[in-house]
Design a protein around this ligand. Sequence first.
Ligand code: PEP
Ligand code: MN
Length: 263
Amino acid sequence: LVSREAREENTVVQVGHVAIGGSQLAVIAGPCAVESRDQLLAAAHMVQQAGAAILRGGAFKPRTSPYSFQGLGEKGLKLLAEAARQTGLATVTEVVDEHSLELAVEYVDMLQVGARNMQNFRLLQMVGRSGKPVLLKRGLSATVEEWLMAAEYIMSEGNGQIVLCERGIRTFEHSTRNTLDLSAVPLVKSLSHLPVIVDPSHATGDRRLVGPMARAAVAAGADGLLIEVHPEPTQALCDGPQSLTPSQFVSLMEELRAVAAAV
Ligand code: PEP
Ligand code: MN
């Protein structure tokens, strides 16, 4: 179902009033985790003014360590809904299981399946039945074929509103958090009709590399970007080193407009 043979035209995924996969570059931005009302509202107003279309923020955080901040849960979802009301932004948040999914569908416009859950087939089936658009991240060590098969799980439940997100894969290289596989963008777009976006934040783990990789992703044909931004990255409870400052994000959005106009 996800292949080009099954459907020739590009799929456009509708997230609230935002289209992903159409002519406009869709930028999803916001903090790694929803930490507080002040933090989220500051981030939301800032990314909206800079031209982002969708606000992100994790309320259920799958962390490497069980002792790291795990997210605010439903309180975080309520804050996302409040930020959406104030700014008009659409929203996306990660779901990790049945409980978080049942809560998230009440508050956000799009559900994210994280890299660590890309092959959680029960979760894929549940988001496939949720009636919400899905942002499907590539697994840490997933091949392109495995990634597309994960999308197939969602689509076979009747949900074709899927956006694929390249977020870097695990390689022998340790000087970046992951290795961004940019070739996956044109490759997956040739194999599938689904929109493909790039997350240079989790791919690199380093805010200095986020801008160059974001520009390269747009040049490579990405339909959108997912960028972590924090009002005060040094205070972030999660992924501070890769989060852009507000002024860096504003400059990047200007640069991206120039690249998008050239491709
Ligand atoms: C995230 O987007 O916050 C996240 C945890 O990303 P990933 O699943 O790609 O690691
Ligand atoms: Mn993160």
